[in-house]
Design a protein around this ligand. Structure first.
Ligand code: HEM
Length: 154
């Protein structure tokens, strides 16, 4: 029997054809690559008042999330799961989180009013101060420092 007339060879050729078609055409079960997320522009170190900081609360997918700890402003955008609108710590997004971190509380009362002075944290006890210092170290090690918190302009 010649190669062409052997039905086994026809079946093998069909299987091989099917596999190579899927491989080279990229069809089959492969999903198309996801479109890259739009990246916000790079941030230059600058000063933020509490009101300006509040703009960076991650309310939309393509905006940065900033957060202040002890006067330092960090870009916590890559922690969107924590600080995004549906995240467990979303209350800290765009805010001075110092008191909440010191007291280990995300109670709304821990946030100072946006149009008021910066919280001086003068009443913190030793435990609070230690907690805040530990958190500050965590943020410094994990996120980029992008600015300094300054008083609202009169
Ligand atoms: C019910 C108790 C709590 C549980 C089970 C919990 C759980 C967690 C977990 C699993 C992480 C992620 C750790 C990691 O992957 O590095 C985390 C991070 C964090 N938690 Fe909590 N937490 C609790 C309470 C709190 C409270 C009361 C605060 C208020 C200050 C808080 C603030 C944070 C912050 C700021 C982070 C760091 C997120 C980051 O690295 O950007 N947590 N927590």
């Amino acid at each position: 029997m010649s190669t062409l007339s052997n039905p086994v060879n026809w079946v093998l050729a069909a299987v091989l054809g099917y596999i190579s078609y899927n491989y080279f055409s990229g069809s089959g079960t492969k999903t198309p690559p996801a479109a890259p997320r739009p990246r916000p522009p790079a941030l230059v170190f600058k000063e933020y008042t509490p009101k300006e900081l509040a703009e960076f609360d991650g309310r939309t997918e393509d905006t940065r999330i900033l957060m202040a700890v002890q006067g330092k402003v960090f870009d916590v955008t890559r922690g969107r799961n924590f600080y995004g609108p549906d995240g467990p710590y979303g209350n800290f997004a765009g805010r001075d989180a110092s008191r909440g971190l010191a007291k280990n509380s995300f109670d709304k009362a821990m946030l100072s009013p946006l149009d008021g002075p910066i919280d001086k944290l003068e009443d913190l006890d030793d435990d609070d101060k230690e907690s805040l210092a530990n958190w500050a170290e965590h943020f410094e090690g994990k996120y980029q420092l992008v600015g300094k918190l300054i008083e609202n302009k009169a």
